[in-house]
Design a binder for this molecule. Structure first.
Ligand SMILES: [Zn+2]
Length: 372
């Protein structure tokens, strides 16, 4: 259920589904579906309203023994706002939308400010999330009548200082809550943003993560969009930096004989054991899974580098084999990794480190625990 969706509407829909379910031919399936729908309708009574991010409910007979039903129900508020309504009646629980939500995303802090107002937000993956708008009480530069220039400047300076302190404190609080904050981007139309950065008002940890300061035309949500656009290069550099650090860590562990694996066979084994925490795949990794057939119609399936697919011989009769079907293993492994909660990192070949990784076979990863 998406956030803000009416519980009454959902209950009505489920009642309708129930009247349809009565037509299901298989008695066992019909009973299971109807019982699950009843249980969900009953369960929804404990909610007074849909939680902020929406609600996810899984319900069904999980029994291994057909004669003894075991009807279970789970419900929870998802970690991100649900935007779509999904009703799915199937043999298995559909988890993909949820997996997508918890997939690791890059998080950057955003601040856009000028003398009028400031906006604080996050760049989450490719999505901008505005968090807080702050109006300033800073007067314009023009002097009002009856006040000396010096006194006026001092008052304005104090107001700016107060405004900076508030922006910094709100932004620092939000950004420090992000455990995986990759960096902070700051922008604004005037010179005030530079002053804000130079005077180091932010918490020192947040201040240390400033990637860049950009001149932009607006504050507010347009400002966020413009700031992200103008920071594309910086974000790319940050990604390259992250990749370098990851490979350096991998190579250090490898030298120490630590918890890392590399090479297709070892990585596949670790993945199948559920022992792989992070899977690193080079964009230069060219292994494929091929289905082969010889002239005597013997068939085989082999995993090998793409360059070797045309000189394969049949194990049975020794004849040369032709390729019937080909899948890239980098993609297959990445898909498989998702099922084990393994983080997938694509490694470019643009850096020296990336080239070095490719020479090691272009595939490797960090283990959750030692496997031999
Ligand atoms: Zn053969």
């Amino acid at each position: 259920m998406p956030s803000g969706y009416s519980l009454v509407d959902i209950v009505n829909q489920l009642s309708n589904e129930k009247s349809t379910a009565i037509n299901i031919k298989s008695k066992a399936t019909r009973n299971n579906v109807v019982a699950a729908l009843d249980k969900i309708i009953q369960h929804l009574r404990i909610f007074r309203q849909t939680p902020d991010n929406g609600l996810i409910v899984f319900c069904g007979n999980v029994s291994e023994d057909e004669g003894v039903p075991d009807l279970k129900i789970w419900s929870f508020e998802p970690p991100e706002k649900m935007n779509t309504k999904i009703y799915w009646c199937d043999q298995v629980f559909v988890l993909d939308p949820l997996k997508e939500m918890i997939a690791e995303k890059e998080v950057y802090g955003l601040i856009v400010l000028d003398s009028q107002d400031a906006d604080i937000g996050l760049l989450y993956g490719k999505k901008v999330i505005p968090l807080k708008h702050i109006d300033s009480l800073v007067a314009g530069k023009a002097i009002k009548g009856g006040m000396s220039q010096r006194r006026y400047d001092r008052i304005r300076e104090e107001a700016i200082n107060e405004y900076f302190k508030e922006v910094a404190s709100v932004a620092s609080d939000f950004f420090l809550k992000q455990k995986e904050l990759k960096g902070v981007l700051i922008g604004g139309p005037g010179p005030l943003k530079d002053k804000f950065v130079k005077e180091e008002h932010l918490n020192y940890q947040v201040q240390g993560k400033i990637l860049g300061v950009k001149d932009i035309g607006y504050t507010g949500e347009h400002g966020f969009e413009e700031l992200v656009q103008r920071s594309e290069e910086l974000l790319k550099e940050a990604a390259v930096m992250k990749e370098r650090q990851l490979i350096a860590k991998f190579l250090t562990e490898l030298q120490k004989g630590g918890n890392v694996v590399y090479g297709y066979t070892q990585v596949m084994e670790a993945l199948n054991l559920g022992a792989l925490e992070t899977l690193m795949v080079s964009e230069g990794f060219d292994w494929v899974r091929v289905k082969l057939k010889c002239d005597n119609t013997h068939e085989a399936e082999r995993d090998l580098p793409e360059s070797e697919i045309n000189n394969q011989n049949c194990d049975v009769c020794g004849q040369g084999m032709r390729v019937q079907d080909k899948d890239y293993l980098g993609e297959l492994l990445s898909e498989k990794a998702k099922n084990y909660g393994t983080v997938v990192e694509l490694i470019s070949t643009d850096t020296n480190e990336g080239q070095q990784f490719k020479k090691l076979g272009g595939i490797g990863g960090f283990l959750r625990y030692r496997i031999r």
